[in-house]
Design a protein around this ligand. Structure first.
Ligand SMILES: Nc1ncnc2c1ncn2[C@@H]1O[C@H](COP(=O)(O)OP(=O)(O)OP(=O)(O)O)[C@@H](O)[C@H]1O
Ligand SMILES: [Mg+2]
Length: 459
């Protein structure tokens, strides 16, 4: 029975949490201030802490620091007043595993608590498994020598055989597609279909019919009926790529399918039941979308059953040599050229670079280097990257402090300018502009409407 330490100075709320979490089968330890909380932490085994940030005496943030010093693995969920998101952000930076904004519903607290406990149990299991196996997670198509990628593979091993929904996070090009396929391959559904749908690649008005299918006559042009991806993925896995870009109306429908595993085709009345495991991916922080109100909170918690965050390449540079080797082999074989290796100087350039486009960018750069290299060994000059660290400092106006806002411009004006520029560069295509800015399509639309851009249907 997991034990939850509840630190909350408001007696009523503390009691309410105690009662409700107690009903869920947890043992609870109540504390009215952080000092008492710390004492309890030292005397009792605690699996999770739920703490208010604003407390009499020691602050919740100080408590967080102290508790993390003692046990870095302990999941700590902070409660903070609506409107003080900065403190929540500060708490997340200090190692809190999640936060809830007051006033919250008990259902919300329950979901967060269960999620964090599941997550920490999984991590604990991973740790002991890894120790037992001596760091050995491998897969033929995946380079994962670094501890960070080992951790990703360890989680993949654990979740693949379950039916849990997995939310794959990570910047563009880190390997979310690759990992999604591996989860399917390693699942009991491996012999079933793996169906992928990318919400940014499909015009918004077609997304629902793609997902759920339609009956003949459901809309103009629906001359026949057609099954959607959910039906096609029956007994298999559905991979929803770029989930952050699913428009709000479709989010409601997705939530229903996730909860009830049933839906109707567009224009249809028959309820269809499916057995589908869902994997989702996003290359940006869905939390930001939650705060902007463009992504439904209930759907987020439904999806985020097991999060797997794939680190950016700059955080596991140890993998660059092996990745380089893999891609050199792949493209040399494809081009029929005899490329044997990469010179040490070239490898050094590759390792120093910060790879904003992650593994995909490395792959592209190697493909080009293989094509360009006149000899059997790839040289630094064959590598087409623009590394600011290699530039001579004399150029441009940037001094030691770097560039700053143009004279007299505020940050907000600068942002507006960047949004306009992105729209220009994208030739008015919102999806592409959103991509350039690292925003979801919904977030961009929200900002465009603030800028007074007319809402027009996308082609
Ligand atoms: N650890 C790895 N080992 C080998 N290849 C990798 C690894 N990570 C990524 N790749 C390769 O890099 C390329 C980009 O990966 P992938 O398409 O999975 O990225 P992604 O995270 O889905 O990107 P996006 O957010 O843009 O969709 C693919 O060709 C993939 O096979
Ligand atoms: Mg992808």
């Amino acid at each position: 029975m997991p034990t939850i330490l509840i630190i909350e100075d408001e007696a009523k709320l503390r009691r309410l949490l105690e009662l409700n979490l107690g009903d869920d089968g947890f043992k609870t330890l109540p504390a009215g201030d952080a000092e008492t909380g710390l004492k309890l932490l030292n005397s009792e085994p605690v699996h999770l802490v739920l703490t208010d940030l604003k407390l009499p005496g020691m602050s919740g943030l100080d408590f967080l620091h102290k508790a993390k010093e003692q046990n870095a693995q302990l999941p700590i969920v902070v409660m903070t007043a609506f409107g003080s998101v900065e403190t929540a952000v500060e708490a997340m930076k200090a190692g809190a595993s999640d936060y809830v904004l007051k006033p919250f519903s008990l259902a919300e607290i329950r979901i967060v608590v269960h999620k964090e406990l599941d997550h920490s149990r999984l991590q604990e299991e991973n740790r002991s498994l890894r120790e037992a196996l001596g760091q050995k997670y491998s897969h033929p198509n995946i380079v994962a020598r670094s501890p960070k990628m080992q951790e990703v593979l360890a989680t993949v091993e654990r979740v693949a055989p379950t039916n849990s929904t997995v939310l794959l996070g990570g910047e563009s090009g880190v390997g979310k597609d690759l990992i999604a396929r591996v989860i399917h391959e390693k699942s009991r559904r491996a012999s079933g279909p793996f169906v992928k749908i990318n919400s940014t690649a499909i015009p918004e008005n077609l997304l629902e019919s793609e997902l759920f299918g339609y009956e003949k006559g459901a809309f103009t042009g629906a001359a026949t009926s057609k099954p959607g991806k959910f039906e096609l993925a029956d007994k298999g896995t559905l991979f929803l790529d770029e989930i952050g870009d699913v428009p709000p109306a479709t989010q409601v429908k997705l939530l229903r399918v996730l909860q009830e595993r049933e839906f109707e085709r567009l224009g249809g009345t028959r309820t269809i039941k499916v057995d589908v495991r869902l994997l989702a991916a996003t290359n940006r922080d869905l939390r930001a979308a939650l705060e902007e109100g463009t992504f439904r909170e209930d759907l987020y918690y439904r999806l985020n059953v097991v999060p797997i965050n794939i680190p950016p390449l700059r955080e596991h540079k140890e993998d660059i040599p092996a990745l380089t080797e893999l891609f050199v082999k792949k493209y040399a074989a494809g081009s029929g050229k005899k490329i044997e290796s990469v010179s040490p100087a070239a490898l050094e350039r590759l390792t120093r670079f910060h790879w904003p486009g992650n593994v995909r960018e490395l792959e592209n750069v190697i493909e080009r280097a293989v094509a360009l290299s006149p000899g059997p060994v790839i040289q630094p000059g064959d590598i087409m990257i623009d590394d600011p660290a290699e530039r001579t400092p004399a150029r441009g106006s940037a001094g030691a402090g770097g560039e700053f806002l143009p004279e007299g411009m505020t940050l907000e004006q600068w942002e507006d300018e960047m949004i306009r520029e992105a729209m220009r560069r994208a030739g008015g295509n919102k999806s592409q502009a959103a991509r350039l800015l690292g925003l979801s399509r919904n977030a961009l639309r929200y900002r465009l409407s603030k800028l007074g851009f007319a809402e027009e249907p996308e082609s």
